[in-house]
Write a protein that binds this ligand. Sequence first.
Ligand SMILES: [Zn+2]
Length: 215
Amino acid sequence: MPLPDGSHGEHLAFRGASSSTERRGCVEVVCGSMFSGKTEELLRRVKRARLARQRVVLFKPRIDNRYDDVKVVSHEGIKAEATAIASAAEIFSFVSLESPPDVVGIDEAQFFDDAIVEAADKLADAGVRVICAGLDQDYRGKPFGPMPALMSVAEYVTKLQAVCSRCGAAACRSQRLIGMEGQLFVGGASDYEPRCRRCFVAGVVDVAGGPPSRA
Ligand SMILES: [Zn+2]
């Protein structure tokens, strides 16, 4: 049962309305399969924080340059300026714990090293609202990178579901459609499709001889 809007870690107030010592940090995780709307949800929360004149810093892993090098772009084409970083530790080259921003957003969090968990914790301890969006499962249906650990330290976890491309049920898995080695492979929309538990086939589906893809 989804919580009513605003009942997660959102503490909106115009910047300056409360001092940073009063601000209470937290970690929020937005996860789910591909096409579940994770990035849209991250950007929706970021937009609301900016409307409240809060200072927001957005990061994305440097590995992910599918659409744009310096922007977080959802599959729907919604964009926001982001800083591409190669490691979690690099966050602290851009963010000071002494005078932190109100919100730190991290897209594609599954591609970061485990140090992202400690970084998120540190930021939250310093009063920052940390919003991490990422895939909770890889194309084999296994936990993806640091996501399980992030979810365990988070105050708020939102799991989104896509629509299964084969049967229309709620989809929690990302079906890989082309044979590429490695969990870290970043594909485009055409390389994956959302599948429910029943329609998901662990591994790679041979599109030529396999089930039909979405029209
Ligand atoms: Zn299905």
